[in-house]
Design a protein. Structure first.
Length: 203
């Protein structure tokens, strides 16, 4: 990494601390500011490392779509949440396209992802109401992304994919099951760790 990468990484870490504080204190304006800075951070981090291959550019597309999703989720309305869900779904398709270039999904990985998917779907299903179809579609795509990520040898890819997957469980819990400060306080560090790992993989 170069000096610029370290600066961006440090600012991203400080922004995450600010975001967690804003979530804990329920400061909406500060939450919007720090979340935007966190998402801008992983974009700048990826750019600082270079985008010299199709793999890296697809990763950046995934990061960019994720940043769009982050902004949309700030609004809190059902329409904004659905749009954010769509942005993240497209992000996972971009990641999927990147991962299959550098790995080979395995049967063992598929069985693990199917077991995890069955678990979260059984947990969430009674709480989804009219959201069953979009959440199911999103779940299929993020599961495919995770399966492809687990099939790579690069630890930053499969770990990033797994952390992203786990972070979304806290988003779902916050949206559909119970709203608690614990959800973002646990989910956000997982999410941003995932995005910075995937940005690092694109170097």
């Amino acid at each position: 990494m170069n000096d610029w990468s370290w600066v961006v990484l440090g600012l991203g870490g400080l922004s995450l601390v600010g975001l967690l504080w804003a979530e804990w204190q329920n400061r909406r304006a500060a939450r919007a500011l720090f979340k935007s800075l966190c998402s801008l951070g992983f974009l700048l981090f990826a750019l600082s490392l270079g985008l010299d291959s199709l793999f890296a550019r697809l990763i950046f597309v995934g990061l960019l779509l994720s940043a769009v999703g982050d902004v949309l989720l700030l609004f809190g309305s059902s329409r904004a949440f659905l749009a954010g869900l769509g942005a993240f779904l497209l992000a996972h398709l971009a990641y999927l396209g990147a991962f299959v270039q550098v790995g080979a999904p395995s049967l063992g990985g598929l069985l693990l992802v199917l077991a995890m998917g069955y678990g979260w779907l059984r947990w969430l299903w009674p709480h989804l109401g009219g959201w069953k179809a979009p959440v199911l579609a999103y779940g299929v795509v993020i599961s495919l992304m995770l399966w492809a990520g687990l099939g790579t040898a690069q630890s930053e890819i499969w770990l990033g994919a797994l952390l992203f997957y786990l972070s979304d469980l806290f988003v779902a819990r916050q949206r559909f099951v119970v709203q608690q400060p614990l959800n973002p306080l646990l989910g956000l560090p997982l999410y941003y760790a995932a995005q910075y790992l995937l940005a690092w993989a694109a170097r």
